[in-house]
Design a protein around this ligand. Sequence first.
Ligand SMILES: Cc1ncc(COP(=O)(O)O)c(C=O)c1O
Length: 405
Amino acid sequence: MSIFDKCGGFTMARDAAAAGIYPYFVPIEESTATESRIGGEWKIMVGSNNYLGLTHHPRILEAARNALVKFGSGSTGSRLLNGTLVLHEELEVRLAQLFRKPASLVYTTGYQANVGVISALIGRDDHVFLDRLDHASIVDGGRLSFGEMHRYGHNDVRSLDRQLASVAPEAGKLVVTDGVFSMEGSVANLPDIVATARKHGSAVLVDEAHAIGVFGANGAGTVEHFGLSDQVDLLMGTFSKSLASVGGVIAGSEEAIHWLRHHARSLIFSAAMPPASVAGVLAALDVMRDEPERRERLWTNTRRVTEGLRSLGFDVAGTTTPIIPVVIGEAIPTGILWRALFDDGVFTHPIVPPAVAPSSCRLRVSMSAEHSDEQVDRVLDAFARIAHRVNPRAAHQPHPSLSSG
Ligand SMILES: Cc1ncc(COP(=O)(O)O)c(C=O)c1O
């Protein structure tokens, strides 16, 4: 028996490619904030996490270019050794302010932030409690820790309460939840989650990956939105979505951050964020502060597409965010409809098991502040053209671009 036997036996991806419905690793030849050229054709991008549409903002490009020239193309080492620039320190001060915490620590990716923080903090006799739909990086942090991991039902506070009650009251505990869930578009029920955690003496970590730039008066995320900054111990964020770069952050007490600086293995044993990426995030924070109208525009686009899809008869689950899941059903029809939209110039993502249950496969649509009215119309028109294949009643409905302004 060879370790490679399973590789030869893995045929699913090639079968999907042969059927013309393989949606992954699609090479983009060129892009704007809202469109990508693929195979020589421009597609409207509703599959990114570019919520504020900042990836091509002139101030951000200029800041990244200047840092590239001043510091070079790479950090060539870990934060602990030669990889810390004044830019990293400036960013940590800015993010601590944004999250209203005494300190913060910047990692090279959001994935590394979650893995490093959770595995470093959860020791042998500790317990970590995760929402069933928490991001993989949170799960992997729990797996890498020496403590015990528990999973509670999605946003199910009673299930969390039962699980917290089942461990020794004196044990160290941490509840971790996404602020916005990336496949559902749902928002964590933070007031109840935090109250339940507090009742059992548990610390709380909120992952604001999809909430930065989207929720909160300053765009800090769901904790700011619910006014819970002083009751949530740790806030995690990524720069790979609204902040249009790559990297991650954890914010918390001076003591916790000092500990993580010296114990988080994903920080210590990996090269630091490159200069241009750090400078890009600093400029993106400025733009987020100076152009609040972007958030309004994002919500306008989100409302138009959510309502447009509903009026066409699509099931968009209970989304209340710019992440709009269009539930189709089984994997193969989902792949076929993904391909129909792609050929019609609209780039979505098919979400299939294990990310979701086998009968709940979906097309994930995510909106940006930069999408124009005309692009929103084209997206809805493309969905209108496939609506009869999901919901036969839809064949008689007008295109949303004709019925909404
Ligand atoms: C909820 C959540 N947390 C963490 C991450 C990881 O972030 P990054 O892409 O910066 O590694 C993601 C990215 O997909 C995410 O959706």
